[in-house]
Design a protein around this ligand. Structure first.
Ligand code: GDP
Ligand code: IMO
Ligand code: MG
Length: 432
């Protein structure tokens, strides 16, 4: 019987998951998202096209691949419809190869109001949420109040919808949040809600399934499956830099609950990381650079959010954080992306340890909140040349290979794919 392979981010998101899933899709029959929702922005580039997906798995451009939105994913009907429309412009009819779990929860328009109200109430300690309603929708799931895709098929949906919305409006009153003044996707709440409700029937055109049965049966039928993570391990609700995290388990364990597969059905775990680090939103970031080097990383890496357009905070590679993520996920192989962004650096730094109140440590203590950990760096010689056109690993400059080996020596997991540009074609496979 086949197992479910997993590809997930090991840092704070935006590692290039979308690109690499798209590259690996020809090897798989099924690509499945297992957590997160439209807070994700996964970019794919090929044939001069740049496309950003939020809820839909990154295998959607391959006609013969089935894509599944698993039960662990949150769906905003409005954003989902926009994604479908954008795919249509690219001549992709997602009704053909996209299946959606009936158990996936819905993000209601009023969840987005709650997200905004909670962030406002936090003031300076705000999380820097994408404000897509993720936290409130997962809260309602856990509190057993949530509405699911399958509910749309039953009479009584509108009654349940209005009941939950009324509860949300009561909470907003308590927070003195004037929701009519708050814009969602540049619309008033009333206008946004009308758009959201208007596209309910469109979702019914998709194959709405019991995805846990579908996936387990597919494994029995020897179909190959790749689970596509969203966000990154350092944003995991349990193991990330809490409370500056998202509201789901972004780690391998999330595949079991987000797709309904047992732990013994997990196969390869492909962990993806950037050759440096970025973070959007608030929270600790020990290797963050506030100088011209950080600006250079942002410029060269075009580090602006795929979902919100916000400038990403940039810094050097954080090896203790990477090792932590590898441990949590059981990573069996690594993908490093954006290596080309370091082309013009004479020297590269990597954080191997932290200074924690005068003691050198190589792990993340509970007390790792802002400014408590000072990164201690090692310096590595850069390659100082353009590597974008290179097609095989052997052609890489020696200093680049040294950087790869340096990382591998520390984390003890092989780097099997190196991404040297945003395009599908700019991907180098390394046989180890
Ligand atoms: P995801 O959320 O993990 O899918 O990543 P995003 O799409 O949010 O952000 C990654 C960004 O880097 C996108 O703009 C990609 O097109 C781009 N990208 C991916 N891999 C590479 C690479 O190897 N080099 C460069 N320069 N850009 C890359
Ligand atoms: P992908 O899948 C980067 C961050 C937000 C914020 C925190 C909580 O594209 O890698 P939320 O909207 O979940 O309440 O935000 O998590 N965040 C991401 N950062 N990439 C993402 O997704 C993210 N999804 C959420 O910026 O700091
Ligand atoms: Mg992203």
């Amino acid at each position: 019987m086949k197992k479910v392979d997993v590809l997930l981010g090991l840092q704070w998101g935006d590692e290039g998951k979308g690109k690499i899933v798209d590259v690996l899709t020809p090897d798989y029959d099924i690509i499945a998202r297992f957590q997160g929702g439209p807070n994700a922005g996964h970019t794919l580039e090929f044939n001069g096209i740049k496309h950003v997906l939020h809820t839909i798995p990154s295998g959607i451009f391959h006609e013969n691949t089935i894509n599944i939105i698993g039960n662990g994913v949150l769906i905003d009907l409005f954003i989902f419809q926009k994604e479908i429309d954008k795919l249509k412009e690219r001549k992709v009819d997602a009704t053909k190869n996209l299946k959606i779990s009936k158990k996936a929860h819905l993000i209601l328009p009023s969840h987005r109001l709650l997200d905004a109200a909670y962030e406002k109430a936090k003031g300076l300690s705000k999380i820097g949420s994408t404000l897509k309603g993720i936290g409130p929708a997962y809260t309602d799931r856990t509190a057993r109040n949530g509405l699911r895709v399958g509910d749309l098929l039953h009479t009584g949906f509108m009654q349940k919808y209005n009941q939950l919305k009324t509860q949300h409006l009561e909470i907003l009153k308590f927070h003195k949040f004037d929701y009519e003044k708050h814009l969602i996707e540049n619309m008033s709440f009333t206008a946004y809600e009308a758009e959201w409700l208007a596209v309910i029937d469109n979702l019914k055109k998709f194959d709405l399934i019991d995805s846990e049965y579908y996936i387990n049966q597919a494994l029995i039928n020897n179909k190959s499956i790749l689970a596509e993570g969203a966000q990154g391990s350092m944003l995991d609700v349990d193991f990330g830099s809490y409370p500056f995290v998202t509201s789901s388990n972004t780690i391998t364990a999330g595949v079991c609950t987000g797709l309904g597969v047992s732990p013994d059905k997990i196969g390869k775990v492909i962990g993806i990381f950037k050759a440096y680090c970025t973070r959007v939103g608030s929270g600790p970031f020990p290797t963050e650079l506030f100088d011209s080097v950080g600006e250079k990383l942002r410029d060269q890496g075009r580090e602006y959010g795929s979902t919100t357009g916000r400038p990403r905070r940039c810094g050097w590679l954080d090896l203790p954080a990477l090792q932590y993520a590898i441990m949590l996920n059981g990573v069996t192989e690594l993908v490093v992306t954006k290596i080309d962004v370091l082309n013009s650096f004479e020297t590269i730094q990597a954080c191997k340890k932290y200074d924690h109140n005068g003691t050198l440590i190589d792990y993340l203590p509970f007390e790792s909140e802002e400014n408590v950990l000072q990164a201690v760096y090692e310096q590595i010689n850069g390659w100082n040349g353009n590597i974008n056109q290179i097609l095989t690993y052997n052609q890489f400059p020696e200093n680049l290979k040294n950087y790869i080996r340096y990382i591998e020596d520390i984390v003890k997991v092989p780097i099997t794919i190196i991404s040297n540009g945003p395009d599908r074609k700019e991907t180098i496979f390394r046989n180890i």
